[in-house]
Design a protein around this ligand. Structure first.
Ligand SMILES: [Zn+2]
Ligand SMILES: [Zn+2]
Length: 219
């Protein structure tokens, strides 16, 4: 049987690659360059922050843009520890809680991602090197930070309610006659319909089901 090869994301949707190219060409990020190699797209180079620069690599996974690209600092400067917001396992930078960025971002362009979480991360790392504090604040690293975010976003400390919301948001279709995930016993259409509709516009079922898996260790 012939194996079906899935096309790389940038061949499935060339407009997404145009958006990346535009961000690198028409912006202050001219020291970052796109490389395409055997179905993989990565951006490599340096990012400048006031009075400094970092060598970085940005790797797009094949489910881009459903997930954020992976970012790594490649100069060996930032220790691979969770208190510096680097995942010790694979050296990826913990730029932000992706779910939070998906909900708050003003648009989906790559340039907005560069100017938002990516720039702020390296600006913060630079500040941390001198003052050992995070000037923009920080979330707890790992699933604690994800849980804190959903607690704020949904206005509840109840992990069961958060899971019910994520279960609902991870469905491809949601029906108004279902029980509302808030636990009121009302139907969605008579309860948190607007909140759920708004979240579904910004969070894909893919992201919600990832968050659900990620938080499943939290009771
Ligand atoms: Zn972190
Ligand atoms: Zn409700």
């Amino acid at each position: 049987m012939r194996k079906v090869q899935k096309l790389p994301w940038f061949e499935q949707d060339p407009a997404l690659l145009d958006d990346v190219r535009y961000a690198l060409r028409e912006s202050e990020y001219k020291w970052l360059h796109l490389h395409l190699d055997q179905g993989t797209a990565r951006v490599q180079g340096t990012i400048t922050v006031p009075e400094d620069r970092y060598s970085i690599e940005i790797l797009f996974l094949n489910d881009y843009p459903l997930t954020l690209p992976q970012v790594r600092e490649t100069g060996g400067r930032i220790p691979h520890t969770s208190d510096r917001h680097v995942n010790p396992k694979d050296g990826t930078a913990c730029l932000c809680i992706p779910d939070e960025w998906f909900i708050q971002r003003p648009d989906e362009s790559f340039l907005t991602f560069l100017r938002g979480p990516l720039y702020n991360y390296f600006l913060s790392q630079k500040a941390f090197e001198s003052i050992e504090e995070w000037p923009l604040g920080e979330r707890r690293h790992g699933n604690g930070g994800v849980l804190d975010f959903y607690q704020e976003c949904l206005g509840t400390n109840n992990p069961h309610v958060i899971k019910q919301y994520l279960l609902c948001l991870s469905q491809v279709t949601v029906k108004g006659h279902w029980d509302c995930p808030c636990g009121s016993g009302n139907r969605i259409r008579n309860c948190h319909y607007e909140r759920i509709a708004d979240l579904r516009k910004k969070l894909s079922p893919h992201i919600a089901s990832n968050a659900l898996k990620y938080l499943s260790g939290v009771s």
